[in-house]
Each structure stands twice: as C-alpha cells, then as structure tokens.
Design a protein around this ligand. Structure first.
Ligand code: G3H
Ligand code: 13P
Ligand code: ZN
Length: 316
C-alpha cells in the first residue's frame, strides 16, 4: 500500500525513523521489499534524478508497481530524492508518487523559499507530501558538489521561518553528514544540537537526515580484499539513528551502504568464480544480502516491527 510520507511520520515522530532507501534496479527493489517485509517495517522507497535517468523513470515506477503486487502487505511511500522543480512537477503530475523532495538548498534563502513554496502548492493540491532542504551537506548529490569549506549547517531559527513560510511537510537539515562513502576524515561530529534547537521551536515537525550511511568497515575491508580501493571510507555511527529519531528525525536516508553491499557481493563472487558468465547466481546472493542489510538497518532505526501498528492506524 502506497501512503504519503506524512502518514508514516505521524506514527513515527519521536519514537522511530523510517528508512528511506534509494533504488536503481530490479535486484535492489526485490531486496528492499523482502528486507522490509522480513523485518515488518514501513519504509520509504526513493528515486533520485540519477536513478530516473539510469534506465528510464518508467522502468523504476513499473518495478515499484510490480513490487506492490508481489508484496501486498508492504506499506511504503514513493518519494523523489533531491528533486529539482521540474522533476517534482513531473512526479506530482504522474499521479504515482506520494512524496517529493524539492532541493533548492543551493539557492539563496529567499529563492529557496519561493521555489519550495511553488512546489508545496502544486503537491498539496494532490495530497502529496513535500520534503525541503535548508543548509548544505558536503559531498556530491546529483549534479551539485559541495566542497567542505562551503558546507553550511542549518540554523534552527532560519529553519522555523523556512518551514512557516513554505508550508513544507518535513525538512532535511545539514547537521554535519555528507553524501557518499567518505563522510569524516577525523572523528565523527554530528550536530544534534541543531535538531534539538528546531524541535524546541517547532515540536512535532518531522526532520530528515541525509547522508546517513554507516559505511560498515567490514564491507569496506571485504571490497578492498576482493580488488576494490576504497581507502579511508567512513560513515555515520548507526547507533546514532535512534537517538536522532527520538529528537524528531522521522526519515533517515541510506543509499551508499546499499551500493557497498552490491559491490562486496559482486566483487567477491567474481573473484571466487572467475569461470562464471551467468550473472543471476550473484544477483540472487545480492538480493539475499541486501534484504538482510535492510532488516538490520530497520532494527537500528526502530522501524522494525512497526508495520502492523501503522496498518491499524491507517485503517482507523
Ligand atoms: O543523495 C544522493 C543519493 O545517494 C542518490 O544518489 O544521485 O547518484 O542516484 P544518485
Ligand atoms: P548516503 O550517501 O549516506 O547513503 O546518503 C543518501 C542520501 O542522503 C540520499 O538522499
Ligand atoms: Zn540526500
């Protein structure tokens, strides 16, 4: 069942966070749905502009429709990740997405507000939730690359003005994470005081954490042992997920970790089976491993085991 992100956030706020996982292909989609069902978790499936251009947006939408049939017990939102205005309108008009992210965080404050407000008006006419972003994460997202010196953490007072003036339903804030596998060169420094600051000024308002992959060191070591060269890759301590959730972070975005699982499985399989030319056996291993990974993340997010409670609340 496809629901809006807001419907999921209403249940989760202050208790747990929804895992928001990116998909790009059929194996990822199968592993994702299996892992969420195995752990009885509601979730958010998200599609970036890069993913829409990888094969074709209709391919991904078709896979999600198929997954909805294959897993009728699943409860999830279908979300555009880091959308620009045009992509958001395309998704809103398609009638398929239940949630969009307008990411105008690279624009000056007033322009970010004006752009976000236009998307909110179009989305709300159709009952679609809107996530917006204020502040700048480090790393690369879509076609925008933010150098470390330009990372701009979210200011809680500005965040409240932004939320009030745009009418957005959730806000992605920059709290010291970045996208990709190289998040911290030294010790990890997440700025939870920013989340706390927003929560004090705007209790009950759902916040979103981007760049949340944990970059498990075991995955990195196995990838490197099988021929990879990921030196110094480092992520967020996943024990922080639930702490963030208790402070009002309702959505935690995880993409890079899924790519690491894919890379580890495929590199190891090819190293161990140099004579194999059928890609399906390793695809099967990957689906199984990705499913296990999703279930393990949902345990850490606190969303595992919440599926029936969410179903009951939606049927009320
Ligand atoms: O924020 C970025 C997400 O990890 C999506 O990455 O644009 O390479 O699909 P992508
Ligand atoms: P990671 O690169 O840490 O997985 O972040 C993903 C993300 O924020 C997608 O929007
Ligand atoms: Zn992101």
């Amino acid at each position: 069942m496809i629901v809006t992100a807001t419907e999921l956030f209403t249940q989760a706020y202050g208790k747990y966070a929804l895992g928001a996982y990116n998909i790009n292909n059929a194996e990822q989609t199968m592993g994702l749905f299996r892992g969420n069902i195995a752990s009885s978790a509601p979730f958010i499936v998200q599609i970036s502009r890069g993913a829409r251009n990888y094969t074709d947006k209709r391919m991904l939408e078709g896979m999600i429709r198929a997954a909805e049939e294959i897993f009728p017990e699943a409860i999830f939102a279908v979300h555009i990740d880091h959308g620009d205005e045009e992509t958001c309108y395309d998704a809103i008009d398609s009638g398929f997405y239940s949630s969009v992210m307008i990411d105008a965080s690279n624009l000056p404050f007033e322009e970010n507000i004006a752009t976000t407000k236009r998307v909110v008006e179009r989305a709300h006419e159709k009952g679609i939730s809107v996530e917006a972003e204020l502040g700048q994460l480090g790393g690369v997202e879509e076609d925008i690359s933010v150098q470390e010196e330009h990372v701009h953490l979210t200011d809680p007072e500005e965040a409240v003005e932004f939320i009030d003036r745009t009418g957005c339903d959730s806000l992605a804030c920059a709290i010291g994470t970045s996208h990709g596998a190289y998040k911290f060169s030294g010790s990890q420094s997440l700025h939870f005081e920013i989340i706390e600051g927003i929560r004090k000024l705007k209790p009950g308002f759902p916040l979103v954490m981007h760049g949340s992959s944990s970059v498990p060191q075991e995955e990195v070591e196995r990838i490197n042992a099988a021929g990879g060269q990921l030196k110094g890759a480092k992520g967020v301590d996943p024990k922080q997920y639930l702490a963030a959730a208790k402070l009002g972070v309702c959505k935690i975005n995880i993409d890079t970790d899924g790519r690491l699982v894919w890379m580890r499985v495929h590199r190891e399989y090819m190293k161990e089976h140099p004579d194999v030319f059928d890609f399906r056996p390793m695809g099967k291993v990957y689906m199984e491993e990705y499913s296990k990974f999703i279930a393990s993340r949902n345990e850490l997010l606190g969303s595992a085991g919440q599926l029936e409670a969410v179903r009951a609340s939606l049927c009320r």
